[in-house]
Design a protein around this ligand. Sequence first.
Ligand SMILES: Nc1ncnc2c1ncn2[C@@H]1O[C@H](COP(=O)(O)OP(=O)(O)OP(=O)(O)O)[C@@H](O)[C@H]1O
Length: 243
Amino acid sequence: MAFLKEVRFNWSRVEEEGSYPFNIPALRNMQSISMDRNVVFLVGENGTGKSTFLEALAKSCGFSTISGGRNHPLVDHRGDFSLADIITLSWLPKVEKGFFLRAESFFNFANYLDDLAEEYGGSVYLPYGGKSLLRQSHGESFLSLFNNSFFRKGIYLLDEPEAALSPQRQLAFLRIIWELESTGNAQFIIATHSPILLAYPNSIIYSFADEGIKQMTYQETEHYQLTRDFLNNPGLFLNKLLQ
Ligand SMILES: Nc1ncnc2c1ncn2[C@@H]1O[C@H](COP(=O)(O)OP(=O)(O)OP(=O)(O)O)[C@@H](O)[C@H]1O
């Protein structure tokens, strides 16, 4: 269910326009972004601002900005989440639960769970597949999290969840998304470079670029077109590329 309906930018609150994160071209001209769909994808070239936007959403939701939900007091002291100070989230209905997954700092979250387990015992691992996430492969730990923790009614903000997943596991992950969103229990906002994940039906796809953020179809994304052209004829593609 689309709990989060819209994100509005209050640019008048910005004091230093020329510096990060307020200088990101894709975001600078946006007044609002509709989120009114169970599954919303953020795509675009590296460095166009997808993670910055997702982290600001996570902070505004009260989630850990390293990875985690509301009950995980993990603070990223190096990050700059000031974009969260100028966005307003419109909810209907408001949900408190959910999770922010940042693939690159998931290790810190797994470490944090191990520290908790040392103090409170192995039951800490129950929502994460019953054992330390560090004793599972990267991909297994992601799927353990998705399978065991993502069952509550909530909003799930995922930054490149495909990072650890094989193509087969990406398909398994699409099935998890479907089971949760089609029963009205979840909204997913996912930054991704995966042409497999992007194929999920009935989503909104937002493409981040210097000109702004534009909604497009799956077939219009560069991820789809480039992957299709490559797979149609890898030899020809590489011949041109490597000449
Ligand atoms: N803490 C920071 N301080 C200054 N600039 C930053 C900071 N974090 C990111 N940037 C810059 O902001 C821009 C957007 O970065 P961001 O990580 O949001 O991009 P992205 O679209 O998620 O990229 P990718 O697809 O590579 O993950 C980039 O130019 C990046 O160099």
